[in-house]
Write a protein that binds this ligand. Structure first.
Ligand code: 4AD
Ligand code: MG
Length: 501
């Protein structure tokens, strides 16, 4: 059977025609002799009007009986109506109930996050989640475009592996026919082998970290994009990372304007994501942490939170009064605002608790330590766009990093930190090329040498300077969408305490 219905996002092309749309009931409202059905089909929302006067009895019955999330097939004439969601309306002449939904658990009222996470399989249907998933899709699409246009070959690294890449402490071990194996933490090592075969490659796959950290920035399963380039040094690597991020953000703003509006994303910080990104060494970042300017910014933030909290509390009260007088169909928007305010108030409370600790941590930060999430955030406050930090003390970095020829204490690593508190979204660097050095590093990191013999071969047969990086997809999507937590940036998040649904 040919496709016998049209998608809601194509209604503009069918103005004046009679078409069928198929989807789920998002919302409905009735007034005498009329039902206004808001239909959701995944491509958009459309108001579909059933009039008792012109519809047959069966159609009217469907309009009356259908419940939230019931599946419907509606046939009618397409009319332009700018006031309606999507800008077009369907005047229904015939309706079929594909299936009647039971009472839907997710209602417009406020739901706690745990409840919504347990309902993730249904929550994905909400307008907000729809918008996030569309942005995620666009980011994925642009990543492929970016690399393909530049001659990179997409290749897949294995998910089951015998190697640790980023250290042994976050490996998920599995029993592989009686032998130990792991879920991969990063496709990098295999990526290096593939780059020596193809020149420039990128992997795009799921990666796993048995992270004990329960933060907004950690998933145990996340998607990583890892380009690896032969004959690229650290600077060239930074160029690629910067150009890619500029492209992703620009494309998202161009192609996902509606989605970002639904998410109420402030576009100003995104518009500033233009090259060149500031580049600071680890040493300079430490100086920033110690600076008087940082201390001053910290005090200013603490003061700013007080002012914001007072104004939100006043708004909350006004909102509650307005809610009491609002008509039923208007209550939803007050509910939504109340949820948003409460969420922000909870954040403020948390920030009030943390900021003094952050201030202390920045002031007393000792050279040689790895940055914590808060230190990264503090560094980003000093810049209006993503910032690249490079040349870290080698002892907290992975075994494969090349040493800085100018200063043997440092590794040629780089991290890209996103603004607005999102922190590290990219980590990478230039790779060590010397066989003897690498062997010594494997030993120094307490890694088993046998499983790396294939990796050492890459330094035996035509070793060349090469670089690459890994970008966390969910961290990037979270930042572009302005999300509070990574869990909304992936369809089914896996967290330390969650593997359902
Ligand atoms: O900095 P990481 O650990 O770097 C690597 O894995 C390198 N082998 C990549 C390479 O050079 N090819 O991780 C890279 C990125 C981080 O910057 C972050 O965006 C993301 O992966 N990431 C996580 N995202 C979500 N949850 C986690 N637990 C993450 N751990 C890392
Ligand atoms: Mg990192």
């Amino acid at each position: 059977m040919p496709i016998d219905f049209v998608s809601i996002d194509s209604l503009a092309r069918h103005e004046g025609a009679t078409v069928t749309v198929k989807g789920w009931l998002y919302n409905k409202r009735g007034s005498k002799g009329l039902w206004f059905l808001i239909l959701r089909d995944g491509s958009g929302l459309a108001q579909c009007v059933v009039s008792q006067e012109s519809a047959d009895a069966a159609t009217w019955e469907v309009a009356e009986a259908c419940t939230q999330e019931s599946a419907l097939s509606l046939t009618g004439t397409v009319r332009r109506d700018e006031r309606q969601v999507g800008g077009y309306e369907v005047q229904v002449t015939s309706a079929t109930l594909v299936s009647l939904a039971e009472e839907y658990p997710i209602t417009p009222k406020e739901h706690g996050i745990e409840f919504l996470m347990n309902q993730r399989h249904l929550w994905l249907r909400s307008r907000r989640q729809w918008a996030i998933m569309r942005v995620r899709n666009r980011v994925i699409y642009s990543i492929h475009q970016f690399f393909q246009e530049r001659g990179f070959v997409q290749m897949d690294a294995p998910i089951l592996t015998g190697n640790a890449v980023e250290g042994t402490s976050t490996l998920f071990a599995i029993d592989y026919f009686g032998r130990p194996a792991y879920l991969t933490q990063s496709g990098q090592l295999h990526g290096e082998a593939m780059a020596m075969a193809m020149g420039k490659i990128y992997t795009f796959g799921p990666t796993f970290r048995a992270e004990k950290s329960k933060t907004r920035r950690h998933l145990t399963e996340f998607w990583m994009i890892e380009p690896e380039m032969a004959f690229y040094d650290l600077d060239m690597n930074m160029e690629v990372a910067e150009a890619m991020l500029v492209r992703l953000v620009t494309d998202a703003m161009e192609h996902c304007a509606e989605e970002l509006a639904i998410l109420e994303r402030d576009l100003e910080p995104l518009k500033r994501v233009q090259g060149p990104f500031p580049r600071v060494t680890y040493d300079e970042a430490v100086e920033i942490l110690h600076s008087d300017e940082t201390a001053r910014m910290m005090d200013e933030k603490i003061e700013g939170l007080k002012v914001e909290e007072a104004s939100l509390r006043a708004e909350l009260e006004a909102n509650r009064k307005a809610y009491g007088q609002a008509k039923k169909h208007e209550k939803r928007q007050y509910d939504a605002r109340e949820i948003a305010i409460n969420q922000r108030l909870a954040d403020i409370e948390e920030e009030n608790r943390y900021l003094p600790k952050w201030k202390e941590s920045a002031r007393t930060f000792e050279w040689g330590n790895d940055f914590g999430g808060s230190d990264e955030t503090v560094v980003t406050w000093h810049f209006d766009r993503p910032v690249i930090v490079h040349r870290f003390p080698h002892h907290f970095k992975a075994f494969y990093m090349k040493r800085d020829p100018e200063d043997d204490r440092l590794a040629l690593g780089m991290d890209v930190l996103a603004p607005e508190g999102y922190g590290e979204i990219i980590g990478g660097g230039e790779r060590a090329t010397d066989l003897a050095f690498l062997k010594a590093q494997v030993e120094a990191h307490g890694l088993p040498e046998e499983v790396f013999s294939w990796y050492f071969d890459l330094r035996r047969f035509g070793s060349v300077p090469h670089s690459g990086f890994g970008m966390g997809l969910e961290r990037t999507v979270s930042w572009i969408c302005g999300l509070h937590h990574l869990r909304e940036a992936i369809p089914f998040p896996r967290l330390i305490d969650r593997i359902y649904p």
